[in-house]
Design a protein around this ligand. Structure first.
Ligand code: MN
Length: 253
């Protein structure tokens, strides 16, 4: 339960910042940006290198909804690949640019000025780090508390929210992600292409905000178990969502 405790500590620390113990300095703003929901070491290049954080559960933890082999390949090959390639792309940047980029927040804020390899792999690294953490063993069910209230307010009902999210995930052509995001408590649903995400400052990214829920709809996320049946995979996702974590993320927005 060490992870759980350190996550709580992190949330407490972030909440303290939110309460204004540090005035609206750029540091405070930064601490409350993308990385609100991920431990700092996951998104900061330690010694100039990003690293792959441990998966927060075993490869078979999400069975039978998401199978062990898919999890293993997805995490140890695909996600690792984004980290490796992000580090390569990062190394190829000039020192002056590197000096302006202390974490993924900085990368996403300046992504239009950076090479596509940085955009794709930094997105891939963040999106997957987030994705693993928005699922858990014995997840599923329904959201509670303030998030449930907001879903009802913004989407009429949980069923209607599910329908809209499923539609966004189904209709994303080719590879990409479906998102539930919050903009100061106002929820919206959308999707992004490839490894883009709602934190990237790009006109082509149609949905902006703080991620609450993310679903990877690349074929590599489901092909081994579901082959071409994306709808079956989306259906499975509802059984593994960590609504408790989603609720905590929402309350911090
Ligand atoms: Mn993926």
């Amino acid at each position: 339960m060490k992870n759980e405790n350190s996550r709580r500590d992190f949330i407490k620390k972030t909440a303290a910042l939110a309460l204004g113990t540090i005035a609206a300095s750029s540091f405070a703003n930064k601490a409350l940006a993308t990385t609100d929901f991920l431990e700092k070491e996951m998104i900061t290049p330690e010694g100039g290198k990003f690293s792959l954080a441990k998966l927060p559960y075993e490869y078979d933890a999400l069975e039978p909804h998401i199978d062990k082999l898919t999890m293993e390949i997805h995490y140890s090959k695909h996600h690792q690949g984004y980290v490796t390639n992000l580090n390569k792309a990062f190394e190829a940047l000039d020192a002056k640019t590197v000096a302006t980029l202390s974490d993924l927040d900085d990368i996403f804020a300046n992504v239009d000025k950076l090479p596509p390899a940085i955009r794709n792999n930094a997105g891939g690294h963040y999106n997957h780090t987030f994705f693993w953490r928005n699922m858990k063993q014995h997840g599923g069910g329904i959201p509670t508390g303030k998030l449930a209230e907001a879903i009802n307010a913004d989407f009429i009902s949980f069923e209607n929210f599910k329908k809209q999210f499923t539609e966004a995930a189904t209709k994303r052509f080719g590879s990409g992600w479906a998102w539930l995001v919050s903009n100061k408590g106002k929820l919206s649903i959308g999707s992004t292409t490839n490894q883009d995400n709602p934190l990237m400052k790009l006109d082509s990214v149609e949905i902006k905000g703080k991620p609450i829920i993310a679903l990877d709809v690349w074929e590599h996320a489901y092909y081994l178990k579901n082959q071409n049946r994306r709808a079956d995979y989306i259906f499975s996702f509802w059984n593994v969502i960590d609504w408790e974590g989603a609720g905590q993320r929402f309350e911090m927005t």
